[in-house]
Design a protein around this ligand. Structure first.
Ligand SMILES: Nc1nc2c(ncn2[C@@H]2O[C@H](COP(=O)(O)OP(=O)(O)OP(=O)(O)O)[C@@H](O)[C@H]2O)c(=O)[nH]1
Ligand SMILES: [Mg+2]
Ligand SMILES: [Zn+2]
Length: 364
Protein backbone atom coordinates (compact mmCIF):
# COMPACT_ATOMS: atom_id res chain seq x y z
CA UNK A 1 0.00 0.00 0.00
CA UNK A 2 1.44 3.40 -0.91
CA UNK A 3 1.15 6.49 1.26
CA UNK A 4 -1.89 7.81 -0.57
CA UNK A 5 -3.75 4.53 -0.25
CA UNK A 6 -2.99 4.55 3.46
CA UNK A 7 -4.63 7.97 3.66
CA UNK A 8 -7.77 6.60 2.01
CA UNK A 9 -7.06 7.23 -1.68
CA UNK A 10 -8.83 4.10 -2.92
CA UNK A 11 -10.01 2.85 -6.30
CA UNK A 12 -12.94 5.26 -6.33
CA UNK A 13 -10.50 8.20 -6.43
CA UNK A 14 -7.96 6.47 -8.63
CA UNK A 15 -10.67 6.08 -11.26
CA UNK A 16 -11.25 9.82 -11.11
CA UNK A 17 -7.72 11.11 -11.50
CA UNK A 18 -7.28 13.55 -14.36
CA UNK A 19 -4.05 12.13 -15.68
CA UNK A 20 -2.93 15.32 -17.45
CA UNK A 21 -2.95 17.13 -14.10
CA UNK A 22 -0.31 14.81 -12.72
CA UNK A 23 2.33 16.41 -14.95
CA UNK A 24 2.05 19.57 -12.95
CA UNK A 25 0.45 18.64 -9.65
CA UNK A 26 0.62 16.22 -6.77
CA UNK A 27 -2.23 14.71 -4.84
CA UNK A 28 -2.86 15.57 -1.19
CA UNK A 29 -5.64 15.36 1.39
CA UNK A 30 -7.00 18.25 3.43
CA UNK A 31 -6.46 17.49 7.11
CA UNK A 32 -7.52 20.82 8.55
CA UNK A 33 -9.13 24.08 7.55
CA UNK A 34 -8.57 27.49 9.08
CA UNK A 35 -10.56 30.15 7.25
CA UNK A 36 -8.70 30.45 3.96
CA UNK A 37 -5.65 28.43 4.81
CA UNK A 38 -5.32 24.69 5.03
CA UNK A 39 -3.08 21.90 6.16
CA UNK A 40 -2.71 19.15 3.58
CA UNK A 41 -1.02 15.78 3.87
CA UNK A 42 0.67 13.74 1.16
CA UNK A 43 0.82 10.75 3.49
CA UNK A 44 4.27 11.69 4.80
CA UNK A 45 4.30 15.39 5.61
CA UNK A 46 1.75 17.93 6.77
CA UNK A 47 2.09 21.05 4.64
CA UNK A 48 0.62 24.54 4.99
CA UNK A 49 -1.56 25.28 1.95
CA UNK A 50 -3.52 28.04 0.27
CA UNK A 51 -5.93 28.24 -2.66
CA UNK A 52 -5.02 29.85 -5.95
CA UNK A 53 -6.76 33.15 -6.67
CA UNK A 54 -8.33 31.51 -9.69
CA UNK A 55 -9.85 28.81 -7.53
CA UNK A 56 -11.39 31.39 -5.21
CA UNK A 57 -12.69 33.42 -8.12
CA UNK A 58 -14.22 30.47 -9.91
CA UNK A 59 -15.96 29.04 -6.87
CA UNK A 60 -19.54 30.18 -6.77
CA UNK A 61 -20.54 28.70 -3.43
CA UNK A 62 -19.10 27.51 -0.15
CA UNK A 63 -19.83 23.99 -1.34
CA UNK A 64 -17.02 24.25 -3.87
CA UNK A 65 -14.30 25.11 -1.37
CA UNK A 66 -12.21 22.33 0.08
CA UNK A 67 -13.21 20.97 3.47
CA UNK A 68 -11.61 18.49 5.84
CA UNK A 69 -11.24 15.12 4.13
CA UNK A 70 -11.16 16.47 0.58
CA UNK A 71 -8.60 15.26 -1.94
CA UNK A 72 -6.92 18.04 -3.92
CA UNK A 73 -4.32 18.69 -6.61
CA UNK A 74 -1.44 20.75 -5.23
CA UNK A 75 1.87 22.25 -6.20
CA UNK A 76 4.45 21.97 -3.44
CA UNK A 77 7.18 24.57 -2.93
CA UNK A 78 10.17 25.31 -0.73
CA UNK A 79 10.95 21.83 0.54
CA UNK A 80 7.44 21.02 1.65
CA UNK A 81 6.84 24.29 3.47
CA UNK A 82 4.07 25.57 1.19
CA UNK A 83 1.43 24.00 -1.04
CA UNK A 84 -0.88 25.73 -3.49
CA UNK A 85 -4.24 24.07 -4.05
CA UNK A 86 -5.29 24.13 -7.70
CA UNK A 87 -8.23 21.82 -7.89
CA UNK A 88 -10.42 19.48 -5.92
CA UNK A 89 -11.39 15.85 -6.55
CA UNK A 90 -14.99 14.74 -6.87
CA UNK A 91 -16.37 13.80 -3.45
CA UNK A 92 -17.33 10.27 -2.54
CA UNK A 93 -19.48 11.64 0.25
CA UNK A 94 -20.14 14.99 1.84
CA UNK A 95 -21.46 15.66 5.31
CA UNK A 96 -23.06 19.08 5.53
CA UNK A 97 -25.70 20.78 7.53
CA UNK A 98 -28.04 23.63 7.02
CA UNK A 99 -27.06 26.63 9.08
CA UNK A 100 -29.68 28.41 11.12
CA UNK A 101 -31.56 31.32 9.62
CA UNK A 102 -33.98 31.77 6.79
CA UNK A 103 -31.56 31.60 3.87
CA UNK A 104 -30.46 28.15 2.88
CA UNK A 105 -26.78 28.03 3.55
CA UNK A 106 -24.65 25.03 4.22
CA UNK A 107 -21.80 24.43 6.52
CA UNK A 108 -19.56 21.67 5.30
CA UNK A 109 -18.71 19.23 8.04
CA UNK A 110 -16.38 16.83 6.23
CA UNK A 111 -15.83 15.15 2.88
CA UNK A 112 -15.06 11.58 1.87
CA UNK A 113 -16.19 10.03 5.13
CA UNK A 114 -16.85 6.30 5.10
CA UNK A 115 -18.55 6.01 8.47
CA UNK A 116 -20.16 8.60 10.71
CA UNK A 117 -20.17 7.78 14.39
CA UNK A 118 -23.15 9.35 16.10
CA UNK A 119 -22.30 9.66 19.77
CA UNK A 120 -24.71 10.17 22.63
CA UNK A 121 -23.93 9.76 26.31
CA UNK A 122 -26.10 7.19 28.07
CA UNK A 123 -26.59 9.21 31.22
CA UNK A 124 -28.02 12.51 30.07
CA UNK A 125 -27.70 13.05 26.34
CA UNK A 126 -29.58 9.99 25.11
CA UNK A 127 -32.45 11.12 22.90
CA UNK A 128 -34.13 9.09 20.17
CA UNK A 129 -35.49 12.10 18.41
CA UNK A 130 -32.06 13.72 18.11
CA UNK A 131 -30.69 10.40 16.93
CA UNK A 132 -33.26 10.28 14.17
CA UNK A 133 -32.27 13.77 13.05
CA UNK A 134 -28.61 12.77 12.80
CA UNK A 135 -29.63 9.65 10.90
CA UNK A 136 -31.52 11.75 8.37
CA UNK A 137 -28.47 13.88 7.67
CA UNK A 138 -26.13 10.91 7.40
CA UNK A 139 -28.44 8.81 5.27
CA UNK A 140 -28.73 11.57 2.72
CA UNK A 141 -24.95 11.89 2.56
CA UNK A 142 -24.05 8.42 1.30
CA UNK A 143 -22.29 7.55 4.56
CA UNK A 144 -22.75 4.53 6.85
CA UNK A 145 -24.02 5.56 10.28
CA UNK A 146 -23.13 3.76 13.50
CA UNK A 147 -24.09 4.66 17.04
CA UNK A 148 -21.68 4.90 19.97
CA UNK A 149 -23.28 5.27 23.40
CA UNK A 150 -20.71 6.70 25.82
CA UNK A 151 -20.49 6.89 29.63
CA UNK A 152 -21.80 3.37 30.14
CA UNK A 153 -20.06 3.52 33.53
CA UNK A 154 -22.79 5.85 34.74
CA UNK A 155 -25.87 3.65 34.22
CA UNK A 156 -26.89 0.03 34.83
CA UNK A 157 -26.61 -2.78 32.28
CA UNK A 158 -30.40 -3.17 32.26
CA UNK A 159 -30.84 0.46 31.37
CA UNK A 160 -28.25 0.16 28.60
CA UNK A 161 -30.10 -2.82 27.10
CA UNK A 162 -33.37 -0.97 27.21
CA UNK A 163 -31.89 2.03 25.41
CA UNK A 164 -30.31 -0.19 22.78
CA UNK A 165 -33.67 -1.85 22.20
CA UNK A 166 -35.34 1.50 21.79
CA UNK A 167 -32.83 2.33 19.07
CA UNK A 168 -33.31 -1.01 17.30
CA UNK A 169 -37.01 -0.22 17.10
CA UNK A 170 -36.34 2.86 14.98
CA UNK A 171 -33.18 1.66 13.20
CA UNK A 172 -33.18 -2.14 13.11
CA UNK A 173 -30.01 -2.60 11.08
CA UNK A 174 -27.72 -0.17 12.77
CA UNK A 175 -24.62 -1.10 14.71
CA UNK A 176 -24.63 0.12 18.30
CA UNK A 177 -21.67 0.14 20.70
CA UNK A 178 -22.09 1.07 24.35
CA UNK A 179 -18.78 1.89 26.03
CA UNK A 180 -17.02 3.91 28.68
CA UNK A 181 -14.02 6.09 28.04
CA UNK A 182 -12.91 5.19 31.57
CA UNK A 183 -12.61 1.47 30.81
CA UNK A 184 -9.37 0.22 29.27
CA UNK A 185 -11.15 -2.97 28.27
CA UNK A 186 -13.90 -1.06 26.43
CA UNK A 187 -11.36 1.07 24.60
CA UNK A 188 -9.50 -2.04 23.44
CA UNK A 189 -12.77 -3.41 22.04
CA UNK A 190 -13.70 -0.10 20.42
CA UNK A 191 -10.27 0.10 18.74
CA UNK A 192 -10.98 -3.07 16.77
CA UNK A 193 -13.88 -1.31 15.27
CA UNK A 194 -11.72 1.13 13.27
CA UNK A 195 -10.46 -0.25 9.95
CA UNK A 196 -7.11 1.04 8.61
CA UNK A 197 -7.33 3.62 5.79
CA UNK A 198 -11.02 4.25 6.34
CA UNK A 199 -12.25 7.66 7.42
CA UNK A 200 -14.55 8.11 10.40
CA UNK A 201 -16.28 11.21 11.64
CA UNK A 202 -17.37 11.76 15.24
CA UNK A 203 -20.57 13.73 15.63
CA UNK A 204 -22.85 14.43 18.57
CA UNK A 205 -23.65 17.03 21.20
CA UNK A 206 -21.02 18.89 23.15
CA UNK A 207 -19.80 17.00 26.21
CA UNK A 208 -20.64 13.44 25.16
CA UNK A 209 -16.97 12.40 25.06
CA UNK A 210 -15.96 12.57 21.39
CA UNK A 211 -12.53 14.08 22.02
CA UNK A 212 -11.95 11.86 25.05
CA UNK A 213 -12.46 8.85 22.79
CA UNK A 214 -10.09 10.28 20.19
CA UNK A 215 -7.42 10.85 22.85
CA UNK A 216 -7.91 7.24 23.95
CA UNK A 217 -7.50 6.05 20.38
CA UNK A 218 -4.21 7.86 19.93
CA UNK A 219 -3.16 7.02 23.50
CA UNK A 220 -2.28 10.58 24.13
CA UNK A 221 -3.94 13.59 25.70
CA UNK A 222 -3.27 15.61 22.59
CA UNK A 223 -6.64 17.27 22.35
CA UNK A 224 -8.44 19.33 24.91
CA UNK A 225 -11.45 17.93 26.78
CA UNK A 226 -13.46 19.55 29.52
CA UNK A 227 -16.02 18.51 32.14
CA UNK A 228 -19.58 19.47 31.36
CA UNK A 229 -21.38 22.20 33.28
CA UNK A 230 -22.86 20.94 36.54
CA UNK A 231 -25.98 23.04 36.24
CA UNK A 232 -27.57 21.76 33.06
CA UNK A 233 -25.39 18.81 32.16
CA UNK A 234 -24.40 20.40 28.88
CA UNK A 235 -21.01 20.51 27.27
CA UNK A 236 -19.03 23.70 26.86
CA UNK A 237 -18.07 23.34 23.23
CA UNK A 238 -14.51 22.44 23.95
CA UNK A 239 -13.54 21.37 20.46
CA UNK A 240 -13.69 24.32 18.11
CA UNK A 241 -12.33 23.05 14.85
CA UNK A 242 -12.36 20.04 12.61
CA UNK A 243 -9.25 18.04 12.01
CA UNK A 244 -8.47 14.73 10.42
CA UNK A 245 -6.33 12.64 12.73
CA UNK A 246 -4.59 9.39 11.90
CA UNK A 247 -4.99 7.02 14.85
CA UNK A 248 -2.67 4.19 15.91
CA UNK A 249 -3.74 1.57 13.40
CA UNK A 250 -3.80 4.20 10.61
CA UNK A 251 -7.56 4.58 10.45
CA UNK A 252 -8.56 8.25 10.25
CA UNK A 253 -10.89 10.09 12.59
CA UNK A 254 -12.34 13.57 12.26
CA UNK A 255 -13.35 15.14 15.55
CA UNK A 256 -16.06 17.77 15.48
CA UNK A 257 -17.31 20.49 17.74
CA UNK A 258 -20.61 19.51 19.37
CA UNK A 259 -23.48 20.62 17.22
CA UNK A 260 -26.14 22.68 18.84
CA UNK A 261 -28.80 22.41 16.24
CA UNK A 262 -29.08 20.50 13.06
CA UNK A 263 -30.82 21.77 10.01
CA UNK A 264 -32.75 19.23 8.08
CA UNK A 265 -31.95 19.81 4.46
CA UNK A 266 -35.02 18.85 2.55
CA UNK A 267 -37.65 16.22 2.19
CA UNK A 268 -35.39 13.90 0.27
CA UNK A 269 -33.27 10.79 0.51
CA UNK A 270 -32.45 11.09 4.20
CA UNK A 271 -35.99 11.33 5.42
CA UNK A 272 -36.94 8.58 3.00
CA UNK A 273 -34.43 6.20 4.44
CA UNK A 274 -34.88 7.02 8.06
CA UNK A 275 -38.67 6.79 7.92
CA UNK A 276 -38.78 4.42 5.01
CA UNK A 277 -42.04 2.63 5.89
CA UNK A 278 -43.89 5.90 6.51
CA UNK A 279 -42.71 7.55 3.30
CA UNK A 280 -43.76 4.45 1.39
CA UNK A 281 -47.20 4.50 2.99
CA UNK A 282 -47.63 8.17 2.17
CA UNK A 283 -47.77 7.26 -1.51
CA UNK A 284 -51.07 5.56 -0.73
CA UNK A 285 -52.67 8.64 0.83
CA UNK A 286 -55.70 9.89 -1.02
CA UNK A 287 -54.36 13.43 -1.41
CA UNK A 288 -51.09 13.92 -3.20
CA UNK A 289 -49.99 16.68 -0.83
CA UNK A 290 -51.42 14.99 2.27
CA UNK A 291 -50.07 16.45 5.50
CA UNK A 292 -50.83 13.19 7.35
CA UNK A 293 -52.65 15.05 10.08
CA UNK A 294 -56.34 15.68 9.46
CA UNK A 295 -57.06 14.21 6.04
CA UNK A 296 -59.55 11.48 5.39
CA UNK A 297 -58.08 8.47 3.68
CA UNK A 298 -54.60 9.12 4.99
CA UNK A 299 -52.64 5.86 4.82
CA UNK A 300 -50.21 7.01 7.49
CA UNK A 301 -52.85 7.88 10.07
CA UNK A 302 -54.62 4.61 9.31
CA UNK A 303 -51.44 2.64 9.99
CA UNK A 304 -51.02 4.43 13.31
CA UNK A 305 -54.62 3.65 14.27
CA UNK A 306 -54.11 0.01 13.39
CA UNK A 307 -50.96 -0.04 15.52
CA UNK A 308 -48.73 -0.85 12.54
CA UNK A 309 -46.74 2.29 13.24
CA UNK A 310 -46.22 3.35 16.84
CA UNK A 311 -47.55 6.69 17.95
CA UNK A 312 -44.04 7.70 19.01
CA UNK A 313 -42.54 6.95 15.63
CA UNK A 314 -45.32 8.84 13.92
CA UNK A 315 -44.68 11.84 16.17
CA UNK A 316 -40.97 11.74 15.46
CA UNK A 317 -41.63 11.53 11.76
CA UNK A 318 -43.98 14.49 11.92
CA UNK A 319 -41.49 16.60 13.84
CA UNK A 320 -38.77 16.05 11.26
CA UNK A 321 -41.21 16.27 8.37
CA UNK A 322 -42.54 19.60 9.57
CA UNK A 323 -39.04 20.99 9.75
CA UNK A 324 -38.35 20.04 6.20
CA UNK A 325 -38.73 23.13 4.08
CA UNK A 326 -40.88 21.41 1.57
CA UNK A 327 -43.63 20.76 4.05
CA UNK A 328 -44.03 24.40 4.94
CA UNK A 329 -44.72 25.42 1.39
CA UNK A 330 -48.16 25.49 -0.10
CA UNK A 331 -48.87 23.51 -3.22
CA UNK A 332 -48.68 26.73 -5.23
CA UNK A 333 -45.31 27.63 -3.73
CA UNK A 334 -43.98 24.20 -4.51
CA UNK A 335 -44.95 24.54 -8.12
CA UNK A 336 -43.44 28.02 -8.36
CA UNK A 337 -40.30 26.81 -6.75
CA UNK A 338 -39.89 23.90 -9.12
CA UNK A 339 -40.30 26.26 -12.04
CA UNK A 340 -37.94 28.81 -10.56
CA UNK A 341 -35.44 26.10 -9.84
CA UNK A 342 -35.28 25.24 -13.52
CA UNK A 343 -34.71 28.87 -14.42
CA UNK A 344 -32.21 29.53 -11.68
CA UNK A 345 -30.14 26.57 -12.64
CA UNK A 346 -29.94 27.97 -16.12
CA UNK A 347 -28.82 31.41 -15.01
CA UNK A 348 -26.45 29.86 -12.58
CA UNK A 349 -24.65 27.88 -15.22
CA UNK A 350 -24.45 30.96 -17.40
CA UNK A 351 -23.04 33.06 -14.56
CA UNK A 352 -20.79 30.46 -13.14
CA UNK A 353 -17.65 32.11 -14.45
CA UNK A 354 -18.38 35.28 -12.56
CA UNK A 355 -19.22 35.60 -8.92
CA UNK A 356 -22.82 34.82 -8.21
CA UNK A 357 -24.78 34.06 -5.10
CA UNK A 358 -27.49 32.13 -6.82
CA UNK A 359 -25.92 28.99 -5.50
CA UNK A 360 -28.07 29.24 -2.42
CA UNK A 361 -31.21 28.62 -4.33
CA UNK A 362 -29.63 26.06 -6.56
CA UNK A 363 -28.27 23.99 -3.72
CA UNK A 364 -31.58 23.94 -1.95
N1 LIG B 1 -18.01 9.06 33.25
C1 LIG B 1 -17.60 9.26 32.01
N2 LIG B 1 -17.18 10.50 31.63
C2 LIG B 1 -16.77 10.69 30.36
C3 LIG B 1 -16.77 9.62 29.41
N3 LIG B 1 -16.35 10.12 28.22
C4 LIG B 1 -16.06 11.43 28.41
N4 LIG B 1 -16.31 11.79 29.70
C5 LIG B 1 -16.15 13.13 30.28
O1 LIG B 1 -17.06 14.02 29.64
C6 LIG B 1 -16.51 15.34 29.54
C7 LIG B 1 -16.63 15.89 28.12
O2 LIG B 1 -15.82 15.13 27.25
P1 LIG B 1 -15.25 15.70 25.86
O3 LIG B 1 -14.46 14.57 25.25
O4 LIG B 1 -14.58 17.00 26.03
O5 LIG B 1 -16.62 15.92 25.05
P2 LIG B 1 -16.78 16.35 23.50
O6 LIG B 1 -17.86 15.48 22.96
O7 LIG B 1 -15.48 16.31 22.79
O8 LIG B 1 -17.34 17.84 23.62
P3 LIG B 1 -17.17 19.10 22.58
O9 LIG B 1 -15.73 19.16 22.17
O10 LIG B 1 -17.59 20.29 23.35
O11 LIG B 1 -18.08 18.79 21.43
C8 LIG B 1 -15.06 15.22 30.03
O12 LIG B 1 -15.01 15.67 31.38
C9 LIG B 1 -14.79 13.73 29.98
O13 LIG B 1 -13.84 13.32 30.94
C10 LIG B 1 -17.22 8.32 29.84
O14 LIG B 1 -17.28 7.34 29.07
N5 LIG B 1 -17.63 8.21 31.14
MG1 LIG C 1 -14.42 17.76 21.83
ZN1 LIG D 1 -51.42 11.05 4.60
Amino acid sequence: MNNYEKLGFDKWFQDRIEKSKLNEFQIARIVSVNRNSFIVSDGINDIYAELTGKFIFNSASSMEFPTVGDWVYVQIFNDDSLAIIHDIFPRKSLLKRKTSGKIIEYQLIAANIDTAIIMQSLNDNFNLRRLERYLVIINESNITPVIFLSKSDLISIDEIDKKKNDIYKIAPNIQIEAFSNNSIKDIELIKDYFIPSRTYCLIGSSGVGKTTLLNNLIQNELYKTQPIREKDGRGKHTTTRRELIVIENSAMVIDNPGMRELGIISMDAGLDETFNEIVELSNKCHFKDCSHTVENDCAVIKAVELGKISKERYNNFMKVYKESKYYEMSYYEKKQKDKKFGKMKHTYIKNKKGFSNLDREVDD
